[in-house]
Write a protein that binds this ligand. Sequence first.
Ligand code: PMV
Length: 360
Amino acid sequence: MSDHIFDNPNLRFKDYIPSGKTTWQSPSNIALVKYWGKKPVQIPMNPSISFTLKNSYTETTVEYKPAENGFDLQFFFEGKRNETFEDKTKKFFKNIISVFPFINQLTFTIRSKNSFPHSAGIASSASGMSALALALCDIENTHFNTLKADNDFFKKASYVARLGSGSASRSVYGGLTVWGKSEFIPGSSNLYAVAVTDYVHPDFLQYRDTILLVDSSEKKVSSRAGHALMKTNIFAKVRFEQAKQNLKRLMDIMKAGDRQAFVKQVESEALTLHAMMMTSTPYYLLIKPNTLQIINKIFEFRNDTKIPVCFTLDAGPNVHLLYGRYDEEAVNRFISLEIKPFLSKKGVIQDYVGKGPEKK
Ligand code: PMV
């Protein structure tokens, strides 16, 4: 690891090795300024900001007991042993041994489930990795009493979550979160996220995110491969610069509560993310015809009604529809009248800006 701020050789059990169990529910998030491109180890090329969601979460129980033959782990996803998640989690745990040396003294049984339908096309790495990071910090705190202040606990959880999946670093706080160093955000860091909820107009903390499910098939190019392709994208340098400026602009817009300006900034970011995919070598497309149909319908609806509803996209074809609480009725009508024909069988997921993870 290139950054050692949380390495701690003292976190080893001495006299006895305990057993126990902890459960965390941690939400997904949707970025408004996107993280796309990184350098080792999980250092973002630009700062990003996201809304933490409420209804789309992963709930993970981590059970631990003394290891008889060194560290081991079993992973059950939605009740069934899952070898893909097991291998991924083993790799993740081995990678953070210097942060939590006690991992080597334990065997783990991990049971995890998502609130959103399986393979709905919703990325579960942010919610899944943050839930695991929170559980590990909780084990540390229970037995070593080292993370008593909330501030220390969540900072470390965000740092650890980041090592599992970059965007997961932003899920440990509710509301609005920034990950990545920005001269405009006090306390911001490339190593962990910070909450910026207190700086913005309260209207944004009541925002809705209706996730319009267009296509749930597995994507052909993973986010990991997508980040890597930014290394050779000829637009990368200006993109990273633009994202830095966009974060500053969006923060100013959100402080002022300017919902019309918010629309322009957020949609431009979403389209730029996909433009980066289209201009990578090799190039690729994750949006589908129905993604574009929906986007055009949103443009028309906004033009006709002047309601500041906007879309954003993550690395996939599904559309996140963002709007304020008082526009809920009009937007729901719009979805049932105009958007339904372009949705997959899975329909929509109704979500909101949430308050962050919870210990169960
Ligand atoms: O955290 P990762 O490696 O899954 O990358 C997330 C990338 C985007 O969702 C497209 C953008 C973001 O900032 O969340």
